[in-house]
Design a protein around this ligand. Structure first.
Ligand code: ASP
Length: 599
């Protein structure tokens, strides 16, 4: 029987006790059905929730259809709202009522399902992505994208209220300076040449400032061809913004207001502004990382001076080679961290390139603190001083790390994370936002024997460090700022270089010759000649914000059609081969693939 589904009176999640007696039209998917002989119950679901439908033999035709329904068939019904009386279901908002159906139309029939939509059971991820439209019918999956939408809307409203202009930038463009591998798109019209998909709109947004737009913000897709880790996607969304005639504080202030709005909209949480700030140097010293999780303490202690005094060759050799010795104190670790757990840490440290993890347990003897197990006998002579410096006491475990500064930071930062989990140090529902500033402008790459930018080559040096550019470039700090949330980098940006002489100097330091600079960034260098205002900006990983606020485990949960870890899309089958005719048109040919496993 045809039902006017375009004249729905309610959504499936709308009906309440006050609707009893009303004639209604609903449409949606069959969530489940139960046949009780003369009576059939069907739950019909749409994006707002579900309602119970009751089919009785008094409407024989409708009852017959109900008995033949499959889960996920699409139906429309008309009927009357009844009270469920004593059969109220308090678990769902529509649980006080049901609809006695007079007429039903099956609008579409569903084949056997690859996985049930109405169950929580997580099917294998490839299958969920192949049938992503089915997976997205699940209310929890859909709610993540709806929250993402609300965050996006809050961001847009915020920037709109603050006079930012949203302008689109090209996707078919030239290499941008973020340092990852580009996705290339061959040009047919100029065969043999390629566009690059943008890794960020960096140069275009700087040009907007030179053009006089003053404030720009865009929610934009970016592309980076990197090896994928759990929290990376080859195409991802950034909130990208830029402001003219500003200093760092101005950009950071604008971001703080926006982040406040995101938290309010996403979680109903008020975050305090301004966010604390920490220099990169302090973050490395205290936490071993430039994106510290400050929700818990357990900071690193430098005991290089004390370690020098021991006979312990592992410490002495590291120091003689120019390295340091630092330690981490796990409070109460002597009891809580079993041998199995600490052996596990040693293995994990080896897994990321380290050689071991010396440790001691702290006890109390007659003559003061006494170290036990591990490397106790080597460090006992300086036990009291170590405990004093690192704040350790009886019952704690101390982990030592000798080596180069960078290695020590890396291993202890990782260890700090493992310990926080195992010792349950991370408080629930705590949102620690932190600005990290004053990064080194350049980092030296031993292998390539050259400087690289810590951020990108358009980042301005701190004014007070400019004089070091010629004499000691490694000591120059920059005007960058990274926003860290619970140990995860959520946004990064900087004040830019707006003078061509400074920009050229930085290119020279980076070993980018005039020819190369011209080839890659001529359009920016050119623009710097024609009146560039001081400017700066930032980009937020929008997907990552959505992931954090929806408390998702992976970025894939907050992206409608994400790629797998192998950068494939099970839904569309991308990437895929193309026809010889398409290749011919582009004057391209595909080389034979290298053989795997000698086959
Ligand atoms: N373009 C930078 C990035 O994508 C952000 C910025 O400097 O504004 O990381």
């Amino acid at each position: 029987m045809p039902v006017a589904y375009n004249k729905r009176t309610h959504y499936c999640g709308d009906l309440r006790a006050c609707d009893v007696g009303k004639a209604v039209t609903l449409a949606g998917w069959v969530n489940s059905s139960r046949d009780h002989g003369g009576m059939t119950f069907v739950d019909v679901r749409d994006h707002t929730g579900k309602s119970q439908l009751r089919f009785t033999s008094s409407h024989g035709e409708a009852h017959d259809v109900a008995q033949s329904l499959h889960n996920e068939d699409v139906i429309a019904i008309t009927g009357t709202v009844l009270s469920r009386g004593e059969w109220v279901n308090p678990k769902i908002p529509t649980g006080e009522v049901e609809v006695e159906v007079a007429e039903i139309e099956r609008l579409s029939e569903c084949d056997p399902l690859p996985f049930q939509v109405n169950e929580d059971f997580e099917a294998n991820e490839d299958l969920c992505l192949k049938y992503r439209f089915l997976h997205l019918r699940r209310p929890e999956a859909q709610e993540k994208l709806r929250l993402r939408h609300r965050i996006g809307r809050a961001i847009r409203e915020y920037f709109h209220e603050h006079n930012f202009v949203e302008i689109e930038t090209p996707f078919l463009t030239k290499s941008t300076p973020e340092g990852a591998r580009d996705y290339l798109v061959p040009s047919r019209v100029r065969a043999g040449t390629f566009y690059a998909l943008p890794q960020s709109p960096q140069i275009f947004k700087q040009l907007f400032m030179i053009a006089g737009f003053d404030r720009y913000a865009q929610i934009v897709r970016c592309f980076r061809d990197e090896d994928l880790r759990a929290d990376r996607q080859p195409e991802f969304t950034q909130l990208d913004m830029e402001m003219a005639f500003v200093q760092r504080d101005d950009v950071m202030g604008a971001v703080e207001g926006c982040v406040q709005r995101i938290f309010k909209e996403g979680l109903g949480v008020d975050v305090e502004i301004p966010f604390p700030r920490m220099t990169e140097h302090e973050a490395m010293e205290r936490y071993g990382t430039d994106r510290p999780d400050t929700r818990f303490g357990m900071e690193l202690s430098d005991i290089t001076d004390l370690a020098k005094e021991t006979e312990f060759s592992v410490f002495r050799d590291a120091i003689a080679a120019g390295g340091v010795v630092k330690c981490l104190v796990a409070k109460g670790g002597a009891d809580k961290l079993t041998r199995k757990i600490t052996d596990g840490y040693t293995e994990q440290i080896r897994g990321i390139g380290g050689s071991g993890l010396p440790l001691v347990k702290v006890g109390q003897g007659d003559g003061g603190v006494e170290f036990a197990t591990g490397v106790a006998k080597f460090v006992q002579p300086i036990a009291a001083q170590i405990c004093d410096k690192a704040g350790a006491e009886a019952g704690d475990t101390i982990f030592f790390m000798p080596g180069t500064y960078a290695d020590v930071c890396k291993y202890l930062d990782n260890l700090r994370g493992w310990l926080a989990k195992d010792l349950d140090l991370i408080p629930a529902d705590k949102w620690n936002l932190l600005w990290v500033i004053d990064f080194p402008l350049l980092v030296w790459d031993e292998e390539e024997q050259r400087w690289f930018s810590t951020h990108h080559p358009f980042t301005a040096p701190l004014d007070e460090d400019m004089y070091l550019l010629d004499t000691d470039p490694g000591k120059v700090r920059d005007k960058a700022y990274d926003l860290v949330l619970n140990g995860i980098e959520m946004a990064g940006g900087s004040i830019r270089i707006h003078r061509r002489d400074v920009q050229n100097k930085i290119f020279r330091l980076l070993g980018i010759g005039e020819e190369e600079a011209k080839a890659k960034f001529e359009f920016l260098l050119d623009a710097l000649r024609f009146g560039a205002p001081p400017h700066g900006g930032i980009a937020f990983g929008f997907d990552r914000w959505a992931m954090m606020l929806t408390k998702s485990e992976s970025l894939r949960e907050v992206i409608a059609y994400p790629k797998t870890q192998r950068a494939t899309c099970p839904l569309t089958g991308a990437p895929s081969e193309v026809s010889p005719a398409q290749l011919d048109e582009l004057f391209l040919s595909v080389k034979p693939l290298p053989k795997k496993d000698g086959k």
